[in-house]
Write a protein that binds this ligand. Structure first.
Ligand code: GDP
Length: 290
């Protein structure tokens, strides 16, 4: 079975198909309705849900189950394939020298994710360094420094400096021996012009190999605007979804992935530096449907 952790109502609907070799239109409609309900309550964008359910519906009605496959398993396979198509594979992250820029609003979990990612790269045998350019949020410097100490990774920041671009430049120079440079940036409470101007200037100075957008799993409708703004200003290669240890399912991040034509890189699953996982489609899909 490709999906082993389905929501109970979807599982119930699928179980009524047990033993059938063909699905009726009513069967398909019932399944599609359950999937729509789960995805909408997981904050997946309405138009994405509609696109997906149309694709599932037409394939389930048109495709013949291969010999030996029950109708139930066949439809489950279609659901899984269509969701994988939407969610995508994890963002490619070669284990080599690179510079990663983190973007996102204040509180999304950038600083925490920077330290977590550095810890993750260090466990892969690379030498990471975190560069903290957030001069906007009081406490950001101390928080990043402490987390990097816990992660046992190199850290650069300057609590007395005011210019984030200069901090980024100095940081890259000071940590030149590191392989992976993770540049944390300041957020704002909302998408303000000065935030966009600042991150564009940092992006130009740092010239990252990839920029990742950090999003709180609880983000709903706001995901679209944020994603398109950051995509326009710096280009987004991947999304980090944080706070997946809470009740939110992270469906809003799919809107961001779709909007930026990117993929998901990491999942944040707690407040400590080890609480990070590389994105993996099937677990995430089970959670969305659960
Ligand atoms: P920033 O403003 O984007 O740098 O956000 P922070 O990294 O400071 O994170 C904001 C808050 O969210 C902090 O209290 C973090 O401890 C918390 N946080 C970040 N990631 C996670 C996560 O994956 N799970 C939980 N439970 N809390 C998180």
């Amino acid at each position: 079975m490709v999906l082993d952790d389905l929501g109970s109502s979807l599982r119930g609907t699928l179980d009524t198909l047990q033993g059938k070799s063909r699905l009726s239109e009513d069967d398909v409609e019932a399944i599609v309705k359950e999937i729509q309900r789960s995805l909408l309550s997981a904050d997946v964008d309405v138009s994405l849900v509609m696109e997906l359910s149309d694709a599932i519906e037409s394939r389930a009605l048109e495709e013949e189950p291969p010999g030996g496959t029950t109708a139930r398993d066949h439809v489950l396979k279609i659901v899984y394939e269509e969701l994988v198509d939407l969610v995508g594979d994890s963002t490619e992250l070669p284990l080599e020298s690179q510079t990663i820029l983190l973007a996102g609003l204040q509180g999304s979990g950038k600083t925490t994710s920077a330290a977590k990612m550095a810890w993750w790269f260090s466990k892969k045998g690379l030498r990471p360094a975190v560069i903290q350019t957030d001069t906007f949020r009081p406490g950001a410097y101390d928080q990043a420094k402490q987390m990097c100490e816990r992660a046992e990774v190199e850290f650069y920041g300057d609590p007395d400096a005011e210019d984030p671009v200069q901090i980024a430049r100095d940081g890259l120079e000071e940590t030149a021996d590191a392989d992976v440079h993770i540049v944390d940036t300041a957020g704002r409470h909302a998408l303000e012009d000065d935030l966009i101007a600042e991150i564009e200037a940092i992006e130009t100075a740092v010239d990252p190999d990839r920029s990742l957008l950090v999003l709180d799993a609880a983000i709903g409708q706001g995901a679209k605007e944020q994603a398109s703004q950051f995509e326009q200003s710096i280009g987004i290669e991947g999304v980090v979804i944080t706070k997946l240890d809470g009740t939110a399912k992270g469906g809003g991040a799919l809107t961001a992935v779709n909007e930026t034509d990117s993929s998901i890189a990491f999942l944040g699953t707690g407040e400590t530096v080890q609480d990070i996982e590389r994105f993996e489609p099937s677990g995430f899909i089970s959670r969305l449907l659960g």
